[in-house]
Design a protein around this ligand. Structure first.
Ligand code: G
Ligand code: G
Ligand code: MN
Ligand code: NA
Length: 254
């Protein structure tokens, strides 16, 4: 597989990029921060989204070095924003399950925070519900170590996995992200509206922030805001874009 070979060189050749998608305080601002989303600027194939190469990177274990690069690059960008007058913006990075289970993750995060002089609470680590619930006791242990550094943990794609509510309560996460599949069908399927309401209520009762992803319509925006969902993310408010374009966003204050 050629793409597999190429990926080994992508890091060294500086072909990986982070795009950033804004997270807005509901309903439409201010901007609270960004989720970093990986892209590969392939010399022959053009811009590739993670679905083209992450499964392979997971299988080969390359995801660990790539993931470490992502953490560092996101912290470097956060420092830039800081210097450009956005001291309150946060950045969220996605962790793959293999990376989450690496024993040196704490060290990688510690070093990145120190190198770029980042206030730890401005870095959020997103772990999917499925990853977090695979070995719940171990996840509690890992997330406890990580959050001791001061960084935040977020449970991504929430609603698609099988959470034990008991473990959810024990996880030192500060945020749930409602999977976009539920948000997507909010207007058309009353079950999805019910599920979203239940997740928001659950988050509130566990004192977690709740982010809705995949917000594409004004109706979804209004419904989610009405439920008390704090943070909205989705194409309606902003697509993932390279950092040089974020000044084009609505409610950009800079
Ligand atoms: O925009 P999007 O196509 O970027 O992302 C597709 C999927 O890839 C999402 O599930 C997202 O969480 C995942 N993803 C994006 N960037 C990263 C990354 O840096 N690391 C990991 N592990 N997953 C990522
Ligand atoms: O799994 P995770 O939630 O990290 O993945 C985020 C993925 O969702 C990325 O692929 C991102 O590009 C995509 N995304 C973000 N906002 C929207 C949206 O409003 N609609 C759709 N269809 N996808 C979105
Ligand atoms: Mn995510
Ligand atoms: Na998600």
């Amino acid at each position: 597989l050629q793409l597999n070979n190429d990926l080994w060189h992508a890091l060294d050749n500086n072909e990986l990029r982070l795009f950033y998608q804004p997270k807005y305080c509901a309903p439409r601002g201010p901007i609270l921060g960004f989720e970093a989303l990986l892209r590969w600027e392939h010399p022959a194939r053009g811009l590739l989204t993670p679905d083209h190469f992450l499964p392979m990177a997971e299988k080969t274990g390359m995801i660990v070095s790539i993931g470490n690069w992502v953490i560092n690059e996101a912290c470097r960008q956060l420092r830039q924003w800081h210097l450009q007058g956005h001291p309150h913006w946060s950045v969220a990075v996605n962790l793959s399950s293999l990376q989450f289970e690496q024993s040196n993750l704490v060290e990688t995060v510690t070093e990145a925070l120190a190198k770029h002089e980042i206030p730890p609470e401005l870095l959020t680590l997103e772990v999917t519900e499925t990853t977090a619930m695979r070995d719940p006791d171990e996840s509690v242990r890992i997330l406890t170590e990580l959050t001791k550094l001061g960084v935040k943990a977020s449970i991504d794609d929430f609603g698609t996995g099988y959470s034990s509510l008991l473990y959810l309560k024990r996880l030192p996460a500060s945020e749930l992200k409602i999977d976009r599949a539920f948000v997507n069908e909010l207007q058309h399927h009353s079950e999805d509206a019910t599920i979203v309401s239940a997740i928001v209520a659950l988050a509130q009762s566990l004192q977690l922030k709740v982010v809705a992803e995949g917000v594409e319509t004004a109706e979804q925006q209004a419904f989610l805001t009405g439920l008390g969902c704090n943070t909205l993310q989705g194409y309606l408010l902003g697509k993932p874009i390279p950092p040089e374009r974020i000044s084009e966003l609505d409610n950009f204050v800079g």
